[in-house]
Design a protein around this ligand. Structure first.
Ligand code: FEO
Length: 400
């Protein structure tokens, strides 16, 4: 069923209360999600994006209940990833001649996924526009690498809605649709989790894009992303947050991350956390066992941190696989301007601390020399090293 959002524009997407994972298993969904598609009914009827492949038949059936599909003058495909283009195959069976407006790279994406089907593509670039009647038009803005090379946004004049696709979205299902009606804590958390886990690697590109968007002087009154809540009241709030997040964001937070075999490395982790709180009482201290915690929630905490400490015991001349896999993900996300230290127990060869330091440096962290490397279980003399390690990471606190 359509839901009115502004003027002659309706939401015709899919609220996905059941979704638990996204990008395969790489992103956890804890509060539902949505694939947002929008229907514009001016003199021209325009469909902005569709929904994920498994929902394609329901999507087309629901759309047919709302309008005669033959009335759709054209479709805008802001992004080729299948959570937004996945219903095109079913839809285009019914209206095969309908023009699809998209970037040239999105053509490659659609043909790569669905094959060459003879669809009526109209490629567009930043600044191109198309009239939709009643004095209104759609202006296209390429959003290359936000978050894929083909991404774009579409601005609707008159109602001044920016259909931003993945940018400014969240994996968060909101029945009421609007950000001002959503739980504000969850909304902020999910918007930040989305940024930290999906968009952070492209922060430098985003920074330039925000400047370019500002230079276009689009009078944005609403931001309608392709996932989660629509920004209706003060839509520039999320733009301002992105401007902060893309600039090597950090809060006064310190996060300890580890896995352990027989609790020795866990003991060091807990001592480091205690020491951090003692030395810097105003700093938020979080501790996660990487084999038990949700990796995407953990990454959001790393995003907020100014420093982290990572621990693993040595096993078979290396580190635990839970930590190794997590460090590979950490490297992908390209966090910058954060300090890191390593710690871990060993019984024989003891390579873990060296390996952790190398991997943290490779992930872009400023790795300090101080570390805790404990032969067998840590004794008090070993644990006392936590003070120097924390001091190297957090500096001298004014609150001591
Ligand atoms: Fe929501 Fe990049 O797809």
């Amino acid at each position: 069923m359509r839901k009115h959002i502004k003027g002659n524009v309706s939401f015709v997407g899919h609220l996905d209360w059941e979704l638990e994972r996204f990008h395969g298993d790489d992103f956890s969904i804890l509060n539902g999600s949505s694939q947002n598609a929008y229907l514009i009914e001016e003199e021209k009827t325009v469909l902005i994006d569709t929904v994920w492949t498994p929902h394609r038949f329901d999507f087309v059936e629901n759309l047919e209940k709302e309008i005669d599909l033959k009335k759709i003058d054209f479709i805008v495909c802001n992004h080729g990833e299948c959570d937004h283009s996945g219903s095109l195959t079913a839809l285009m069976e019914k209206i095969p001649e309908t023009p699809i407006y998209l970037t040239a790279t999105a053509v490659k994406s659609l043909e790569g996924q669905y094959g060459k089907r003879g669809w009526n593509f109209h490629t567009v670039k930043t600044g191109d526009s198309v009239e939709i009647g009643n004095g209104k038009k759609l202006i296209f803005v390429e959003m290359k690498m936000l978050h894929w090379p083909d991404s774009m946004a579409t601005f609707m004049t008159g109602d001044n809605i920016l259909f931003s696709n993945d940018a400014f979205g969240q994996h968060y299902a909101v029945e009421e649709l609007f950000a001002d009606l959503a739980n504000p804590c969850l909304l902020h958390k999910e918007a930040m989790k989305y940024y930290a886990n999906i968009l952070n690697p492209f922060s430098a590109v985003l920074k330039k894009k925000l400047t370019e968007l500002a230079g276009m002087n689009l009078p944005i009154e609403m931001i309608a992303p392709s996932h989660g809540a629509i920004w209706r009241e003060n839509p520039m709030h999320i733009v301002d947050l992105y401007a902060r997040w893309c600039d090597n964001y950090q809060e006064d937070q310190f996060t300890v991350l580890y896995d352990t075999m027989w609790e020795g490395t866990a003991k060091i982790a807990h001592r480091i956390a205690e020491e951090a709180h003692k030395l810097s009482p105003n700093t938020v201290v979080r501790v996660f066992n990487l084999s038990k915690a949700d990796k995407n929630e953990v990454m959001t905490e790393v995003f907020k941190s100014r420093a982290i400490a990572v621990g693993s015991p040595t096993v078979c001349n290396s580190i635990l696989s839970s930590v190794a896999g997590w460090l590979e993900f950490l490297k992908q996300l390209k966090f910058r301007d954060k300090k890191a230290a390593a710690f871990g127990c060993y019984g024989w060869s003891g390579e873990s601390v060296r390996i952790l330091k190398e991997k943290l440096a490779d992930a872009g962290f400023q790795v300090v020399d101080e570390n805790i490397r404990s032969l067998w279980n840590p004794d008090e003399a070993c644990l006392a090293g936590a003070e120097d390690l924390v001091r190297a990471l957090l500096g001298e606190s004014e609150n001591r």
